[in-house]
Each structure stands twice: as C-alpha cells, then as structure tokens.
Design a protein around this ligand. Structure first.
Ligand SMILES: Cc1cc2nc3c(=O)[nH]c(=O)nc-3n(C[C@H](O)[C@H](O)[C@H](O)COP(=O)(O)O)c2cc1C
Ligand code: SF4
Ligand code: SF4
Length: 267
C-alpha cells in the first residue's frame, strides 16, 4: 500500500509518532512518505498519489493548530478515498483526532481509524504540575505498542476510532469552546525579554516566520500559532507566552538527543 503521512509538530512529539508509524508500515512492505505540513505546497496533488493518507497534529485545547485547520480547508472533496487521523496530547482531548476525522468525512473521505497518543507536556509555562522528566525507554515501549496496533488497523482497514462518540465529543467541546473563544481573531504576541542574545534560533525554527530582525532587534510579528517550539528552544529562555510564568524547564523532545530541526524535514 502507498501511504502518505502529513504531520505538524511544534516540539517533536507528533513527529516522533509519525516516524514510528512510518517504521511500522515500512516493516510490512508498505511504501510510506511522511511530510511536514509547514513545508507543504500542493496537498491535493500529493494526496492523489497515495492509496491512504493520514494527518497527525498536537492537541491545543482539544482543537487543531491553525496551520492544520488551514490545510484541511484547502483539501478538495474526495469521494471514497481512505484517510486516518491521529493526535498527540499531554493528557486528554475528548474527541481530538475524531474532530478532524469528521471534517474529512464531510469532504467525502472514508475515515475508519483515529487515535490519541499521550506524550510529554510541552506547555511548560502553564501545566507546571506535570512531570518534566521523560523516561525515553518507557515512552518508546508504550508508544511503540500503540503505534503498531494503530498501523495494523490501518493496513487491515479495521475500525478503530478513538473519540468518535457523543461523550468524547461533549468532553472535547468543553475544552475546545473556551479555547476557540480565547484565540479567535486574537493576534498572539510572544514576549521577548532583555536576555535575548540574537542567536536567531527562533527565527529559523518558527513554522510561520513570526520573527524578524529589525534595526538589530528581534521583532515579533504577531503571527504566532502557539506551537511552543521557540519558547522551548531559546538557549536563554528569553521568550514567553505566559507573562507570569517562565519556562524554567523547557521541553527538548521525546528522545535523549532529539534534533528539533528534524520536525521540518520529510522522512
Ligand atoms: C497551546 C497548547 C495547548 C495544549 N492543549 C492541550 C490540551 O488541551 N490537552 C492536552 O492533553 N494537551 C495539550 N497540550 C499539550 C500538547 O498537545 C502535547 O504536549 C503534544 O504532544 C505536543 O506535540 P508536538 O511536540 O508535536 O508539538 C497543549 C499544548 C499547547 C502548546
Ligand atoms: S532564540 Fe532566544 S536568544 Fe535566540 S534570537 Fe530568539 S529570543 Fe533571542
Ligand atoms: S513564535 Fe514560537 S511558538 Fe509561535 S509559532 Fe513561532 S515558533 Fe511557534
């Protein structure tokens, strides 16, 4: 089977799951390509080349990141084509992956598989109560098992639809409604503090080119989509969304030597 995986990953978790899925599919002699959504140009042309396609994303308030929402809006009506969805989350999203699945079903796709993967928290300035240490081996074992089951369901076209029920939909809505209200039509500003050493890492990492350098100063262009990539990877913790809490224990990804630039690469 020819399988296309489209993923957006702010800090590496969704990329990690997509990568494990690619390995699982490939070990069963499927042909798989995994693309970062932030680098996509013609999504419809790409989808047309594959038997099945999937979209993976991190959960933000039980919703999708706006970069994923915008992509989904550009996908054409496609009667009878198979698709699957998955999301990563720190705790719970209700109907996260099913929420996207329903949007694809409305466009004519057949979606029989959706899954949620619980991964480490990257929201290190808000959800401070959660553990910050990651046991990489345990994580790989737990997620690897779930990925294998999910991929087998996709290969055999078995129904496995996490979150596709009224209760999950209601619980998702409870989180999504205030999140969407809070972010609707609101330009998000990343606060830059004086400790910035102008290393330009945030400029090259941002998926929506939110930063520029003007007159020797780093400038925020209010395009932030809240992926938390720059906030977790600024070498001097100079970037903040939450003005009250610092990211004193940044999240550097789901493996010991995770390279954040990889999330922008096709695999
Ligand atoms: C703005 C924002 C909102 C989030 N909201 C939720 C949420 O509602 N539920 C949840 O379980 N995790 C939530 N998270 C945590 C992420 O979904 C989780 O850490 C995810 O695996 C990050 O994936 P990534 O590394 O691919 O970006 C949120 C993270 C961010 C940055
Ligand atoms: S990553 Fe941090 S130090 Fe580097 S330019 Fe951005 S804000 Fe400044
Ligand atoms: S400014 Fe930072 S948090 Fe916002 S989208 Fe860019 S990299 Fe992500």
């Amino acid at each position: 089977m020819r399988i296309l995986i489209l993923q957006f990953s702010g800090t590496g978790n969704t990329y990690y799951v997509a990568n494990l899925m690619k390995k699982a599919f490939t070990s069963h002699e499927n042909e798989v390509v995994c693309y970062p959504i932030e680098k996509l140009t013609d999504v419809n042309e790409l989808i047309s080349q594959y038997d099945v396609f999937g979209i993976g994303f991190p959960i933000y308030g039980s919703d999708m990141p706006s970069i994923v929402k915008n992509l989904v809006e550009t996908i054409h009506q496609n009667e009878g084509k198979r698709a699957f969805t998955f999301c990563t989350q720190m705790m719970y999203s209700g109907d996260g992956a099913a929420y996207l699945a329903k949007k694809l079903i409305k466009k004519g796709f057949i979606v029989r598989q959706c899954e949620h993967f619980n991964m480490p928290n990257n929201l290190r300035d808000y959800a401070k109560f959660l553990p910050t240490k990651v046991n990489y081996q345990k994580l790989e074992k737990r997620i690897g098992k779930k990925v294998n089951k999910f991929c087998l369901a996709i290969e055999n076209n078995q129904r496995r639809r996490k979150g596709m029920n009224i209760l999950s939909n209601f619980l998702g809505w409870i989180q999504r409604y205030p999140y969407q209200k809070m972010t609707k039509d609101r330009l998000i500003e990343v606060l830059i503090d004086k400790s910035c050493i102008l290393c330009k890492k945030c400029v090259s990492l941002c998926p929506v080119t939110n930063f520029s350098i003007e007159n020797g100063k780093l400038v925020d262009n209010k395009k932030c989509i809240l992926c938390y990539r720059c906030i977790n990877h600024c070498p001097v913790n100079a970037l903040h969304i939450n003005p009250k809490n610092n990211v004193d224990k940044p999240y550097h990804g789901p493996t010991a030597n995770f390279k954040i630039d990889d999330v922008m690469k096709s695999i």
